[in-house]
Design a protein around this ligand. Structure first.
Ligand code: PMP
Ligand code: GLN
Length: 382
């Protein structure tokens, strides 16, 4: 009998809730993806490059012209001049970037610190490398870092800390002061960082994204991952990138070349075209998603859910204590889907051990206006 290397892992909650939404015909505000069209110019560029015969392997590290675009964006937004050749690697999804970075860093017996609630791919990646995750809860309701708890979690075995800002599922943002505090904490230690910044362009209310790319001391020991999927409304393209100092990038690439070898060629061409021709896309993105957040939250304000508006990401948490305090969040997400036609994600699945009294579900507002209005109407009727 094969002994599972991941005995505690089943089908992810995102797959389960999307399937349930499809089965029941519910509005799917669970798994994070847009239900609106991708930018027409981006789709046209993809078609053009398919037709132009750009259908063979891309370079292992990504098309130079796309890496140049990413480097230019980083210089413009975060003031860092990264070398496109040595520091930027295009990957089939941020998920692979996280996986490869973990494999590069973690040896059997090492510990990686995750801040709960955290994204579901971190822990299995660490376990497959023979490491162990140490879970440090974020402080509710703001989902901020408890520095004392984090300091106490560090041991001589700690090799890696994951951070994720803007944060899935809460939408919380780390500030520059948080990054400074983190730098001070790991300064004299052999600890690396994976900074998951896939929602880097989804920050609201005039806030600025505090990127590790803008922080010299942290960047020196970091892998920063991002995803074209979130930024360009093409989650199904599974195209992302990792940025890391040259020596770290060398190690990441050694693994990437055997996990996948390279990303999808015509899509990389299309993204390079679109980034060059439509620089306004990313500057307009905060307002685009803030309007969706506000439309959804204005609806939700008429319901018995309570919430504070997400500072970032395309997710909105909502507390249902006033509606069904008897249900845990997994049961609540199912009940909402089956009985009220709106699928959501329970927040406890992002935890090793969620607070027993937590009554939160996550809604994705990367949806058309009519989807958000219809969902709002159903949620207000509960
Ligand atoms: N990290 C976080 C926090 C995410 O929400 C996602 C979205 N799926 C990913 C990583 C993975 O991104 P990708 O789809 O590019 O692999
Ligand atoms: N990142 C997406 C979310 O949080 C899910 C991606 C996936 O299904 N793996 O909803």
């Amino acid at each position: 009998m094969l002994q599972s290397k991941l005995p505690n892992v089943g089908t992810t909650i995102f797959t389960r809730m999307s399937q349930l939404a499809a089965q029941t015909g519910a509005l799917n505000l669970s798994q994070g993806f847009p239900d609106f069209a991708s930018p027409p110019a981006l789709l046209a560029a993809a078609v053009k490059h398919l037709g132009a015969g750009h259908n063979q392997y891309a370079p292992m590290t990504g098309l130079p012209r796309l890496r140049e675009q990413v480097a230019a964006k980083i210089a413009g937004l975060y003031g860092r001049s990264v070398c496109a050749e040595a520091e930027v690697t295009i990957l089939p999804g941020a998920t692979e970037g996280i996986f490869c970075a973990v494999q590069a860093l973690i040896r059997p017996g090492d510990e990686a610190i995750v801040l709960d609630p955290c994204y579901d791919s971190y822990e299995p990646s660490v376990e497959l490398a023979g490491g162990r995750c140490v879970h440090v809860p974020l402080t509710l309701p703001s989902f901020s870092i408890d520095w004392q708890l984090l300091a106490e979690a560090i041991t001589p075995r700690t090799r890696l800390i994951f951070i994720n800002s803007p944060h899935n599922p809460s939408g919380a943002l780390l500030s520059r002061a948080d990054l400074d505090q983190l730098a001070a904490l790991i300064r004299d230690r052999d600890i690396y960082l994976i900074s998951d910044e896939v929602y880097e362009h989804l920050v609201f209310d005039g806030a600025q994204h505090a990127s590790v790319l803008a922080h010299d001391e942290l960047y020196a020991r970091a892998f920063v991952v991002s995803s074209f999927g979130k930024t360009y409304h093409v989650t199904g393209w599974k195209t992302g990138y990792a940025v890391a100092p040259p020596l770290l990038s060398v190690e990441l690439r050694k693994i990437h070349q055997y996990v996948n070898f390279c990303g999808v060629t015509p899509l990389q061409h299309a993204l390079a075209d679109f980034m060059a021709e439509h620089p306004e896309h990313i500057t307009e993105l905060p307002a685009f998603y803030q309007a969706k957040r506000d439309l959804f939250c204005d609806q939700l304000a008429g319901s018995r859910f309570s919430f504070t508006r997400a500072p970032g990401t395309y997710f909105q948490l909502a507390d249902y204590s006033a509606i069904r305090p008897d249900l845990d969040d997994v049961a609540m997400a199912e009940w909402l889907t089956r009985e009220h036609g709106v699928a959501a994600i329970p927040v406890s699945v992002f935890y090793q051990k969620a607070p027993a009294d937590m009554r939160l579900v996550r809604f994705c507002f990367a949806k058309r206006e009519e989807t958000l209005l219809a969902a709002g109407e159903r949620l207000c009727a509960i």
